[in-house]
Design a protein around this ligand. Structure first.
Ligand SMILES: *Cc1c(COP(=O)(O)O)cnc(C)c1O
Length: 371
């Protein structure tokens, strides 16, 4: 039985009636940009995240970049980012003209290691960007304390962590702002691109509302050099239709993760590293990432058994040609580089069945037994 990595078709077909109704609502309204659906989603997402404000934008990358712009971060400024993240976290910093200062992750969590941040702070540092990778909250408390001590902003990248909790509280307003992506493959996914920022900072939200809409609050009156980066009515309506099921879908992911953790528990001796859940958080299992020194062979054997896996990510950001200008070659961030060599994401998603997960466990066990 083949096991898909993430069955987006099934995931969305489960919402077919609600999605069709949402489409009809938008079509019948005749209003397609910045209307009632967006307002409703912004309120609902802010409430869900426990934040005072939400500003919908076109995608997750824009959510990060516009947040940095709204914080007046630009050329000459430094932003501390994880050395191990999806490249969009870095791109946002580069797009506003600021400099990325990578900090190595904690090997246990894959997230930025708070203990290493202090050494990276310079007089030019303006912000820290923790990324809640794979659906696990980064350890925010020490990061927020450092930021306060040094007068820095904290912009969280929540693109992989919709609904994840840190110290019992949903992500959304621990730092100054959280950037979200509703790319179809995320835990809360639109049927196209989408993004948002949540924050408790009213002034920041106000600036973001202008920045996403040509720098204008009043039509044809432009205060700042803005962008066209809006979450359109259709995507907002589709997200409104899906948001109510997010907790249930995250619970289904958690059940898959629990089955993996139990089924694969005995394989540490075979060199298989399993995700660890830190005491501070409650993950939403955007990805279930294992580690192994012979990662490529594992992926090949699983593929032969009809099991789809993905590598998140194959090339560290500092080793991408796009960042060659930084002059940081192999060996610059060894912890991140080792992760990029060894990580493998197993299939996980809200529609994955127990039988499918069992099949992945069996294939993995068999492969490891033969190594
Ligand atoms: C998906 C993702 C983004 C970018 O979101 P888009 O909506 O695709 O632009 C940013 N950061 C992380 C960690 C992501 O996983």
């Amino acid at each position: 039985m083949p096991v898909p990595f993430l069955d987006l078709k099934q995931i969305n077909l489960a919402h077919k009636d609600a999605l069709m109704q949402a489409f009809e609502r938008v079509l019948d309204s005749g209003w397609f940009i910045m209307g009632e659906e967006l307002k409703r989603f912004e309120q609902a997402w802010a409430d869900y995240c426990g934040a005072r404000h939400c500003v919908g934008v076109a995608n997750g990358l824009d959510a990060l970049a516009l947040s940095l712009r709204a914080m007046d971060i630009g050329p000459g400024d430094e932003v501390i980012v994880p050395s191990n993240t999806y490249i969009a976290s870095w791109l946002a910093v580069t797009h506003v003209g600021a400099t990325v200062v990578p900090v190595e992750p904690d090997p246990a969590s894959f997230n930025i290691d708070p203990a290493r941040i202090q050494a990276a702070i310079t007089p030019r540092t303006r912000a820290i960007m923790p990324v809640h990778l794979y659906g696990q909250a980064a350890d925010l408390e020490p990061i927020l304390a450092l930021a306060q001590r040094h007068g820095l902003r904290v912009l969280e990248d929540g693109a992989q962590a919709h609904g994840a909790r840190y110290q019992g509280q949903r992500l959304g307003a621990h730092g100054d702002a959280v950037a979200w992506s509703f790319y179809p493959g995320k835990n809360l996914g639109a049927l196209g691109d989408g993004g948002a920022i949540t924050t408790n900072d009213a002034a920041l939200a106000e600036r973001l509302r202008a920045l996403r809409n040509y720098g204008s609050k009043r039509k044809y009156h432009n205060k700042v050099i803005g962008y066209n980066s809006r979450l359109d009515e259709l995507q907002a309506a589709l997200l409104n239709a899906k948001l109510g099921a997010l907790d249930a879908e995250n619970a289904q992911r958690a059940a898959v993760a629990a089955q993996y953790l139990a089924g694969l528990a005995g394989l540490a001796g075979k060199g298989l590293g399993l995700p660890k859940v830190p005491d501070h958080g409650e993950p939403v299992w955007h990805l279930f990432v294992v580690r192994h020194a012979q990662r490529d062979l594992l992926a090949l054997r699983l593929a032969e058994a009809g099991i789809a896996t993905v590598i998140h990510y194959p090339v560290a950001p500092h080793l991408q040609p796009a960042y060659a200008f930084m002059g940081q070659g192999p060996g610059s961030y060894p912890i991140s580089e080792a992760m990029h060599r060894e990580v493998l994401s197993l299939p996980i998603g809200p529609t994955q069945t127990e039988a499918e997960t069992r099949e992945v466990i069996a294939a993995l066990k068999q492969t490891l037994a033969g190594l």
